[in-house]
Design a protein. Structure first.
Length: 77
């Protein structure tokens, strides 16, 4: 089994902005990045809870419901 370091989308974006565009993680930028990471963490936790509350065994059912959850929660018309 490989020991892969995982990143969230926000962490990846921060890394790209810092390394590719030379954005600094100081002052207001740091605060904004921390807020974005906190929001993303809450969204990930909420999606897990929604699956758990539906009392669906983990597996295909949760994956199928994930797309619906995303669309209902984050997609704007």
């Amino acid at each position: 089994m490989t020991n892969k370091i995982k990143q969230t989308a926000v962490e990846w974006l921060i890394d790209m902005l810092v390394t590719e565009n030379e954005i600094t993680l100081k002052g207001e930028n740091y605060k904004l990045f921390e807020i974005a990471k906190a929001i993303e963490k809450e969204q990930i936790k909420n999606s897990f809870v929604e699956c758990w509350k539906a009392n669906v065994p983990y597996g295909v059912e949760c994956k199928l419901d994930a797309e619906q959850y995303y669309n209902e929660t984050f997609k704007s018309e």
